[in-house]
Ligand binder design. Structure first.
Ligand SMILES: [Zn+2]
Length: 249
C-alpha cells in the first residue's frame, strides 16, 4: 500500500505544489481535500486531477463563507452545477452548521444551505465532510433525518452520548492533532469506538500555537496509540478500511 496514512479533512488547495507533493511522496499521505467556496472547489478538482489516486476532492461552501457573503445562494448553485456535471465527485464539504464562531442571526441561512447539500448527498449517496462547531446535535439530526449513509463530523468536540449515536448510525468523526492540548477532544479520542474514528489535520490551520499540517496525523496516530493502548498498525488498518467503505476505493 503506497499511502498508509489518510488525512480526512484538509484545506489542501491552500498549500503550494511542492508541499503537496511532499505530503504525498515523502510522508505517504492520501488526502481528502475540502473546499470553502466555488473557487477553491475548482482548485481542489484540479489538484485531484493532477494527483490521481492520492487526493479525494470534496466540493462545497463552508458555513463561515455562507455567513460572510451576501450571494451565498449563487455560490451554492454554482457548486450544484459542478456536481451535476461531474458525477465522479464522491464528497461534499466543507459544509455544515456553526453555533460557536458564527453570529446567531446567521444560523437560519446556515441551516438552509446545509440542508441543500445534505439532500443532494442523500440522493447521490455521497460522503459529507461536516463542520458542526457548537451545533453537533443539530447537524446530526439534519443528516440522520435525510437518510444520508456516509458522513464525517470533523474535529468532533461534542458530547459523548451523541458520539455513540453518530457511531451507531454508521457515521465517522475525525481526531485532529490538537488532541494533545485540547481536553474535550482528548476525551473524545479516549472514548470513540475505533471503527468510527478517522484522523485529520484541518491544515493549514493554527490552533493555540500548533501549526496544523497533514504530516501531523502521523504523530496523532502515535498519540492515540499510547492513549488507548492500541498498536499504530491496527489504527492505520481500521482507518484504511473506513476509507474504502466511504469512497469505495
Ligand atoms: Zn476545515
Amino acid at each position: 500500500m503506497s499511502d498508509p496514512y489518510i488525512d480526512f479533512h484538509c484545506h489542501l488547495y491552500k498549500y503550494g505544489a511542492r508541499e503537496i507533493s511532499s505530503f504525498i511522496e515523502r510522508y505517504g499521505i492520501k488526502i481528502v481535500g475540502v473546499s470553502d467556496d466555488y473557487r477553491s472547489s475548482i482548485e481542489m478538482l484540479k489538484l485531484a486531477e493532477s494527483n490521481r489516486g492520492h487526493i479525494v476532492p470534496c466540493v462545497g461552501v463552508h458555513p463561515w463563507t455562507v455567513s460572510e457573503i451576501e450571494n451565498y445562494r449563487e455560490e451554492i448553485d454554482s457548486i450544484l452545477r459542478i456536481l451535476n456535471s461531474n458525477p465522479d465527485i464522491k464528497c461534499i464539504g466543507e459544509v455544515g452548521l456553526d453555533k460557536k464562531f458564527v453570529p446567531a442571526d446567521a444560523y437560519g441561512r446556515l441551516l438552509e444551505s446545509f440542508k441543500i447539500f445534505v439532500s443532494y448527498a442523500s440522493e447521490r449517496n455521497m460522503v459529507l465532510n461536516i463542520h458542526a462547531a457548537g451545533a453537533w446535535r443539530e447537524a446530526f439530526e439534519v443528516v440522520n433525518n435525510s437518510g444520508v449513509d456516509k458522513a464525517i463530523f470533523h474535529w468532533y468536540t461534542g458530547p459523548l452520548d451523541l458520539l455513540k449515536d453518530l457511531c451507531s448510525a454508521g457515521y465517522y468523526i475525525t481526531i485532529n492533532p490538537a488532541v494533545k492540548i485540547q481536553n474535550k477532544h482528548r476525551i473524545v479520542a479516549e472514548n470513540v469506538d475505533l471503527k468510527c474514528m478517522l484522523v485529520e489535520s484541518d491544515g493549514p490551520y493554527k490552533y493555540r500555537g500548533l501549526n496544523l499540517d497533514p504530516p501531523m496525523i502521523i504523530e496523532t496516530i502515535e498519540y492515540i496509540s499510547n492513549l488507548r493502548s492500541i498498536e499504530p498498525k491496527d489504527i492505520v488498518s481500521s482507518i484504511i478500511s473506513s476509507f474504502r467503505h466511504l469512497f469505495q476505493a
